[in-house]
Ligand binder design. Structure first.
Ligand SMILES: *Cc1c(COP(=O)(O)O)cnc(C)c1O
Length: 379
């Protein structure tokens, strides 16, 4: 992603000045900082940022300005990137599978916390980190509905294994903690309540007092319909911790990716062609910034702007929408409701596109260049 220094009030202003020839991610630093403040005010514990959702330096910089100083990192590259912005950043290394060399780098970089879901990976940490120098979070997985897809399919241990791991963490002299991830785009606070209840039961069964409980990411962004009620989820989390941990609750940590960053970006994709008045071809698609539409569906918060920067208001009609590559999979799912008066050269602006968009761009078929444009607001 290249960076354009100019600041526009809205994407429409940018389009009006010159219709961009490439897809644009419109970034509102104000929106990002407002969401960060919302988390820091509402969440009853430490708010960290899961860097994988969007590792753009302006994102990290603005989160730091909004008071975020701890980060969930999954790779050495992410560690270095965060520290390049904030040298004293606290690093939580919550990818539970790591090579020996990655663990050595994590020690040198002073990683504060690491998650595990197996005895073999705990032994690898213990071979490098001395007792007392690391918090180790045991990652739990449960079959809990509510999210857009299942995060337990790859990582996490069942409750019995978690209890045994927790005992070994304590025996090895590490600070015991637990973590889970209810699955991304999870709108239902009940998923967190179930996990928190189970984590409390596991800690009791293990006879280990948790220093901290990391309730993961998974918080939903505004993709379709009404905006998710984050505060209701925060309240459910606080209530469950009080109900299940009693007098000595662990300190809480969360590590949202999507919900922190999604709403700070809109994606503008140019209309390359409307083939014989039917199918719409955009200059971005599922191998670019719209990759997630395949799993989560297309956002319903979208507008179409003419080259003059005015919003198309014609009667909505469902259209087949293709991306720019020659792969027939490169199509947005189903049909997308778009204004009937849209034309070649217009820009389709998708709201809420800050997470898992630029982060997963590919170069397939020579596409994948997306410009980052700073705006006061994304609409
Ligand atoms: C991906 C990930 C997150 C962020 O998830 P979101 O659904 O984007 O909030 C947090 N923690 C871990 C361990 C992850 O792998």
């Amino acid at each position: 992603m290249s960076r354009l220094p100019a600041v526009w009030t809205t994407p429409a202003d940018h389009i009006r000045a010159a219709v961009p020839d490439r897809p644009c991610l419109y970034f509102s630093p104000e929106a990002l900082q407002a969401t960060a403040r919302r988390f820091r005010t509402g969440f009853p514990g430490l708010v960290t940022y899961a860097v994988k959702a969007n590792d753009a330096l302006p994102v990290i910089e603005n989160l730091v300005q909004a008071g975020i100083t701890a980060f969930d990192v999954a790779s050495v590259h992410e560690m270095r990137r965060v520290r390049s912005v904030l040298p004293e950043a606290v690093l939580h290394y919550n990818n539970p599978v790591r090579s020996a060399r990655e663990i050595e780098t994590a020690r040198v970089m002073g990683v504060a916390s690491a998650s595990v879901d197996s005895f073999s990976e705990l032994a690898k940490l213990a071979a490098v980190f001395a007792p007392g120098t690391l918090e180790v979070s045991v990652r739990l997985k449960l079959a809990v509905p509510g999210a857009a897809y299942d995060f337990g399919a790859k990582f996490g241990a069942d409750p019995e294994t978690c209890a045994a791991l927790l005992r070994e963490v304590a025996q090895r002299g590490f600070t015991p903690a637990m973590t889970f991830h209810p699955g991304t785009q999870c709108e239902d606070g009940a998923a967190w309540v179930r996990y928190i209840a189970e984590a409390a039961a596991i800690a009791r069964a293990a006879g280990v007092r948790l220093a901290r409980l990391n309730v993961g990411g998974g918080f939903a962004a505004h993709r379709r319909g009404a905006a998710p009620d984050l505060e209701a989820v925060f309240d459910a989390i606080a209530g469950a911790v009080a109900a299940h941990f009693g007098k000595s609750p662990p300190d809480l940590v969360c590590e949202p990716g999507r919900a922190l960053v999604a709403d700070a970006f809109a994606l503008g994709a140019g209309v390359k062609a409307i083939r014989d008045g039917r199918e719409v071809f955009l200059n971005d698609g599922i191998y670019g910034g719209l990759a997630e539409t395949v799993i989560l569906g297309t956002v319903d918060r979208l507008d179409v702007y003419s080259a003059e920067g005015t919003a198309r208001t014609g009667d909505v009609r469902p259209r087949v929408v293709f991306g720019p590559t020659c792969d027939s999979l490169d199509r947005l799912p189903g049909e997308v409701p778009l204004p009937g008066d849209m034309a070649e050269g217009d820009v389709v602006l998708f709201q809420g596109m800050g997470a898992y968009s630029s982060a997963t761009l590919t170069r397939f078929n020579g596409y994948g260049d997306v410009d980052l444009v700073t705006v006061a607001r994304t609409r």
